[in-house]
Design a protein around this ligand. Structure first.
Ligand SMILES: [Fe+2]
Length: 271
């Protein structure tokens, strides 16, 4: 891994670096919040009080993740109140010019994946490991305040993965082999999202141009193929623990990635 120049709170940031940094921080913060909104919508599927309680804890922690990252963006002069207000006023369809929500956390995409509580448990088992791997890399990024909040976020995301395994175990415990069969048939739809979460591999003709810029600045410190490997290392033993098989030949859905759009997309500043 290269040795990147690091910056701490209050350090002057080069203009291009700051732009690229804020772009990724905005993706994380806005998407954490939208993710909390989506998870809250899944409450309608909760089958038992303990499940409802644990899901609400996940919602609160996701809102916390947005709050921590937005606080750092506010230190850099971004009007984060406007971002929160856009998300709460238009939860179903926030304006992409005002907030940066990953496609997967937009209601029109998210809502197609969930029919019942099986899907809720499976999402946290099969997609969350991609978020654990992806966001985990920010713990080592060159902007140290952001690296530090991601240490805490990473721990809580690991907790969400544990929630998924717990919820899925309970589904099998309460509903038996019939549940396991249904769950097995749904693993691929979530794996497509998990595999596509961190973008296209960094070599080859389909690579993303933005990735090179982020990597050069040490804002992204892992290549997509390294993240994919970490994802599989997290996923495989958990499926095994649940008595589920790892499906073969699943194709990544890159439309659900964390976002590589142009670094110069506008960010509203404080008035
Ligand atoms: Fe989160």
């Amino acid at each position: 891994m290269p040795q990147w120049k690091t910056y701490d709170k209050g350090d002057a940031l080069p203009e291009d670096y700051k732009k690229a940094l804020l772009n990724l921080m905005a993706f994380q913060a806005d998407s954490e919040y939208a993710g909390a909104q989506r998870v809250a919508e899944n409450m309608r599927f909760a089958p038992r009080p303990e499940e409802a309680y644990r899901l609400s804890k996940k919602v609160m922690e996701e809102m916390g993740h947005a709050y921590y990252v937005w606080s750092l963006m506010a230190d850099l002069g971004v009007d984060v109140d406007a971002r929160l207000q856009e998300l709460v006023a238009h939860p179903d369809n926030p304006d992409p010019k005002k907030v940066k929500v990953i496609n997967g956390f937009r209601r029109e995409n998210w809502s197609t994946w969930f029919d019942d509580w099986y899907d809720v448990g499976l999402f946290s088992t099969v997609v969350t490991p991609a978020a654990v791997a992806f966001l985990g890399q920010y713990r080592e990024c060159s902007y140290l305040p952001w690296a530090r909040v991601n240490v805490r976020i990473h721990k809580e995301e690991h907790g969400h993965l544990a929630f998924g395994v717990w919820a899925t175990k309970r589904n099998i415990e309460f509903d038996g082999d019939k549940a396991r069969e249904i769950l097995q048939s749904r693993v691929p739809k979530f794996m497509r999202v998990g595999l596509g979460f961190y973008g296209r591999p960094s070599a080859g003709d389909k690579k993303s141009e933005m990735f090179d810029i982020y990597y050069e600045y040490g804002i992204k410190v892992r290549k997509p193929e390294e993240l994919q490997q970490e994802y599989m290392e997290l996923l495989e033993p958990r499926l095994k623990e649940l008595g589920l098989e790892l499906p073969q030949g699943v194709e990544a859905d890159y439309e659900m990635r964390m976002g590589y759009e142009a670094a110069d997309a506008p960010l509203a500043a404080h008035a």
